[in-house]
Structures are given as C-alpha cells and as structure tokens.
Design a binder for this molecule. Structure first.
Ligand SMILES: [Mg+2]
Length: 414
C-alpha cells in the first residue's frame, strides 16, 4: 500500500480548522476531525484537549496528534532528527574527554550550552555524525541498487557504507561511486571509535548470529537514527522489524547483546516519535519492542530496566548532574540510551537545554549528545531547532542533502 504523504501545509490547515472555534462554517468539519482523533488517538495516549493549554501549546499538541492519527511523517521531523543529532554531537565533541568537574568549572553552572567554534569558525562534528551519514547513505544505496530492498539488502548496503567510512579514516577513500566518502571534509579523523575501526578493518561483517567481538560500546547506537527514518516512512515495515534492523546494523561492529539491543530500542524510539508518539509513549513502546524481539534476554531486561530508571529520573526531583551520573557515563550503549532518554524526556520542549544536559558530564558527551539530538530533533522538527545550532554546524549542506534524500526518495512499500 502506497502511503499518503501529508505536507506540513496540509496538516497545519487541518489544525487551523480545529482552531477556528467561532467559525460556524467549519463546525461540522471540526466535529468530524475531533471525533476521528478521539476514536484513534485519545484512548492510546490519553492526550487531553481543551484543558486550558495555551493556544500555542494546544497547537503543538494537535500537530503531534494529527501526525499520529494520519500515520504521517513530516519533513521537518526527518531533517530535525539528522540535524539535531549532528548538533548534539558537535556540542559534546569538545568535552568528550573532559571530566564533569572541569566542565562546570570552565563553562559555568549551566554547563556546555553553546558551540565552541574551530579556527575555521565551524562547530565540528565527530565520528558519530560521520557514521550516521554513512548509515543514511547505505540505506539510500539499497534503494538505488535494489529498487524495493529487503532487510538483508539494507544491512548489506549499510555494511558497504561503513567500509567506505573506514577507508576515509585509514588513508582516504579513492573509489569513484559518487558517494559522500569523496567529500574531503569527511576524510578526517574525529576520535573514531577503536571498536568500529578494528571490526571494519578485520574484513569480516559481524552479525547477531556471528558476533565479531564482545564489545558493548556505543559505536552502534550513535549512528543508527537513519534506519528509523527510512522504516517509519514505509508502511511495509513494523516497528519490530525496524528495531531488529537497528540491532543488526550495530552488530556489524559490536557483538555484545548490550551493544546492539539498546540500538534496537533507540531505533524504535525514533520510529515511534516520527509517527507522532509522545516522548514517554515512544520510550515505553520501544521497551515493549525489545522485550518482544529478544525474549529471555538478560541484556534486554537490563536495557529495559535502565530505560525505566531514566524515565523515573526525568520525573523525580533530582538534579540533572545527579540523575545523569546515576545512569552512567554513556561509553556503553545502554548508558548512552539512558542518558539520552533522560535529557530528552525531561526537556522535550527545550532543544538547547536537552542537549546541554546530555553533554555536560564526564562521559561520552558527543555520543549522548548525538542520540539525544536525534530524539528531540525528530520530536520537535527542524524549525524548532534554534538557529544558533544550525549556523556554523559543520557539513550542514551534506546533512540537509541526506535528509532530503531520506525523506523524498526512500518511501517504498514492500
Ligand atoms: Mg564521537
């Protein structure tokens, strides 16, 4: 079934109908829309309407509910997801190896809240964004090469893309396939993860069935968002299939269950957000998915428990520093996920604050920033990302171009 893609303008005009409360001409139409929403959405998410929210807040709420209702993935969320992730990566990269104490001594009580620009006046992205772009390109190639790709086609092309990334890190890419690997700005080393380099350098493709090592580092999760972007736009794939593809993509380089199961959860969260779920709703849905697709897995239980703890901390009266340190440092995938969930759920209406909390700690700040940025960007959309995080962001043109490709062109049904 070919899905209907709604434009932002179409969905906003629907919202306008609902908002024109004194307009009798639209009374019947408004009633239709509201009863449709009530029947489809309210029982699921318990979203409350007309309970005194400010008009702008209500408008935002309607926007998400309409998306959910119509199965609509909007362009702004796709761009927001990729660019938000790069922004979090760039914010955290300068403090990846700086302790919590040093961060607050140097940046003040709010921690890292704005970019530190390089000598070229750019906020530099790290390996997290590089690899995310290659994940995206792999998915794109699968579409180009196979027309209507199978899940195996997708994973094979993601592996090929990671090999291209590997060549950019080890002497330069010298193929001629019209790939982002030919962009010299991507042929630079930005603290690439040792596990990714050694796994890809082995010449073997790791998988869930044949683990390539026992690593549970965060190198698999921090690059996986594009998988959710492609799967969420395709009616042929369930959230479970999307999550499993996420796990397979992580297992290319990370063989421990705790290296790839949190990646499955992350992909499910982004998938669910892109389809209009609420922040807490998306996390809970993702938790159900990993427990379902990895039954009897201790690692799935561990991941689910840490996701619950992150949700608990986001509601508890506890300082951000204490909350984040209780969740870990983010060097391993389940901690990266938990810190991102905490930062996103607690500050889902405040992009800058969410990213700042996600990176202002002594752990793997660029990866926790990247994963948080993917989540909140998917939720609020590109227009809600403050200009200061778009301006000077390195590779912005490449990120926009890749977002465009993922939104318009990879929309097939099986
Ligand atoms: Mg990095």
């Amino acid at each position: 079934m070919e899905r209907k893609f709604w434009t932002d303008d179409e969905i906003r005009s629907l919202i306008d109908v609902v908002f024109r409360e004194s307009d009798d001409d639209n009374g019947e139409k408004k009633q239709d829309i509201m009863s449709y929403i009530s029947s489809r959405i309210l029982p699921v998410d318990n979203v409350k309407f007309n309970v005194g929210n400010a008009p702008e807040e209500r408008r935002k709420l309607y926007f998400h509910v309409f998306k959910r209702c119509l199965g609509y993935v909007d362009k702004g969320s796709v761009f927001g997801c990729l660019i938000g992730g790069a922004a979090g990566d760039a914010l955290g990269y300068p403090v990846e190896f700086v302790s919590t104490g040093e961060i607050f001594a140097k940046y003040g009580k709010d921690g890292v809240a704005s970019y530190r620009l390089s000598s070229g006046e750019k906020a530099l992205i790290s390996d997290d964004t590089q690899m995310t772009l290659f994940t995206a390109e792999g998915l794109w190639y699968a579409r180009e090469n196979f027309g209507n790709p199978s899940l195996q086609n997708y994973i094979d092309e993601i592996y090929n893309a990671y090999k291209r990334w590997y060549s950019t890190q080890t002497g330069g890419y010298n193929g001629n396939e019209n790939t982002i690997a030919e962009d010299e700005r991507l042929n630079v080393r930005r603290a690439p993860g040792g596990t990714c380099l050694s796994a890809l350098g082995s010449g073997k493709m790791g998988s869930i069935e044949e683990p390539i090592n026992t690593s549970k580092g965060c190198g698999g999760i921090m690059r996986a968002a594009p998988i959710a972007i492609v799967m969420a736009q395709n009616d042929g794939y369930s959230m479970e299939e999307a999550a499993y593809l996420g796990a397979q993509s992580a297992a290319i380089t990370h063989g421990n269950q705790l290296g790839y199961i949190p990646t499955a959860a992350f992909v499910a969260i982004i998938y669910s957000l892109l389809r209009g779920n609420t922040p807490v709703g998306a996390v809970l849905a993702a938790k159900d998915v990993i427990l379902k697709i990895f039954p009897d897995s201790k690692a799935a239980m561990t991941t689910a428990e840490l996701m619950d703890k992150a949700l608990y901390c986001a509601k508890a009266d506890i300082s951000d520093i204490d909350a984040v340190s209780s969740l870990g440092e983010g060097w391993v995938a389940e901690e990266t996920l938990a810190i991102a969930i905490y930062s996103f759920v607690k500050y889902s209406g405040d992009f800058k604050k969410a990213l700042s909390v996600a990176v202002s700690h002594g752990g793997d700040s660029d990866s926790t920033g990247a994963v948080t940025g993917n989540m909140i960007g998917a939720y609020v959309g590109i227009n809600a990302i403050p200009d200061e995080f778009k301006k000077n962001l390195e590779l912005y043109d490449v990120l926009e171009n890749m977002s465009e490709k993922l939104f318009y062109d990879v929309k097939l049904s099986r």
